[in-house]
Design a protein around this ligand. Structure first.
Ligand code: NCD
Length: 307
C-alpha cells in the first residue's frame, strides 16, 4: 500500500499486522524512551490546513521517534496565503524529496487529490473534511483491543454529531472489517447521518439516550462540529448538554459498569461530556492519545516497508 487515505481499503490482515508493529514500537521505543532508526534520513512533511493539537503533534513525534525529520509547513505563513493550490503545495514538497506527506484539510477527498499528484511521497490522510480520519480509527480500535474487549461481542455507540464526523466514518468501516456487528447511534436528529447511510452501515439509531447508553460496551462521544454546521443547525449549549451530554448523572444511571468511554478530542467539557466523566474510571481518552503515537509510527513504517 502506497498511501493511507481511508479505512475502506484496509484488510483485517493488514490491520492486525499494523497493530502488532504498534505494540512493539510502544514497548521497545516509546516506553523505553529510545529512538528508532527505521526511517533515518527520510523527511515527513506536515501540511495542516485545519487546526490540530494531538494529530499534528503525534505525527511529528512519530516521525522523529523513528529517526525521520519532520518538516512542518506553517500554512498561515506559507504560499497558500498567496493563492497556491493544495496540489501545487503537495508537488513542491514532493519534489523536495519529502518521503511522507501528512495532510489535514477542510475538504472531503483532499488527501486523495494530494495522492494523485504526489510522485514519490506516501500521502497520509490526517482528516479531510467530514470524510475520513483513518489513523484515528486505527488508534481507537487498537485501544479497544488493549482494554481487553473482543470486537465480535462489542456494542459500540456513537453519540453526538455523527453527521459531520470523519472519525465515525473511518471507524465504521474499520470496526466492521474487524468483526463488530452491533453499532448504535444517538444524538440530535439534525446532526444524525441520513437514514440511507445508516442502513448502508447497519447502524441502529436510538432517540432515547438512556436506552442507547445502557446497551453500549464502548461509548464514543463526539464534539458538535460547529465549524461544519449550517446556520440552522446552530446548537444551544445548555440544551445540548441537557439532552445529549454525557453527564455524571447519566453515567451513574445508565452506563454499564465495565463500559469504556472514548472521545477523539478536542473535548468541550460541560457540553458533550462532563469533567469528572472525561477524567473518570470509564474514560480511555488519554489511552487513545498515547496509542496514537504508536499507531502513527507503525503507519509510517509500514507504508515505507510496503513499497
Ligand atoms: C478529530 C478531528 O479532527 O477529526 N480530532 C482529532 O483528530 N483527534 C475530531 C474533532 O475535531 O472533533
Amino acid at each position: 500500500m502506497k498511501h493511507l487515505l481511508d479505512t475502506d481499503s484496509l484488510t483485517k490482515d493488514w490491520t492486525e499486522r499494523l497493530f502488532k508493529k504498534a505494540a512493539i514500537f510502544k514497548k521497545e521505543i516509546i516506553l523505553t524512551h529510545r529512538q528508532g532508526e527505521h526511517l533515518k534520513g527520510l523527511h515527513a512533511g506536515l501540511l495542516f490546513f485545519e487546526p490540530s493539537t494531538r494529530t499534528k503533534a503525534s505525527f511529528h513525534m512519530a516521525a522523529s521517534m523513528l529517526g525521520a525529520d519532520p518538516v512542518t509547513v506553517e500554512v498561515a505563513f506559507s504560499s497558500i496565503q498567496k493563492g497556491e493550490s493544495l496540489e501545487d503545495t503537495v508537488m513542491t514538497l514532493d519534489a523536495m524529496g519529502c518521503h511522507f506527506l501528512i495532510i489535514r484539510h477542510g475538504e472531503d477527498q483532499a488527501a486523495a487529490a494530494a495522492a494523485k499528484v504526489a510522485r514519490q511521497a506516501h500521502v497520509v490522510n490526517a482528516g479531510d473534511g467530514a470524510h475520513e480520519h483513518p489513523t484515528q480509527a486505527l488508534l481507537d480500535a487498537f485501544t479497544i483491543l488493549e482494554k481487553g474487549k473482543k470486537f465480535e461481542d462489542l456494542t459500540i455507540l456513537f453519540l453526538g454529531d455523527v453527521l459531520h464526523s470523519r472519525v465515525t466514518n473511518s471507524n465504521l468501516s474499520l470496526l466492521k472489517t474487524l468483526g463488530v456487528r452491533k453499532i448504535l447511534a444517538s444524538g440530535p436528529a439534525n446532526l444524525m447521518m441520513p437514514e440511507v447511510e445508516r442502513s448502508r452501515h447497519g447502524i441502529k439509531y436510538l432517540a432515547q439516550l438512556d436506552d442507547a447508553l445502557s446497551q453500549a460496551d464502548v461509548i464514543y462521544v463526539l464534539r458538535p462540529q460547529k465549524e461544519r454546521h449550517a446556520e440552522e443547525a446552530r446548537i444551544v449549549m445548555a440544551q445540548y448538554r441537557q439532552s445529549w451530554g454525557l453527564t455524571s448523572e447519566r453515567v451513574a444511571k445508565s452506563v454499564k459498569k465495565d463500559a469504556l468511554i472514548f472521545h477523539p478530542g478536542p473535548m468541550n467539557i460541560g457540553l458533550e461530556i462532563d469533567r469528572d466523566i472525561a477524567d473518570g474510571p470509564h474514560s480511555c481518552v488519554l489511552d487513545q492519545v498515547a496509542n496514537g503515537l504508536a499507531i502513527r509510527m507503525a503507519v509510517l513504517d509500514t507504508l515505507h516497508q510496503d513499497c
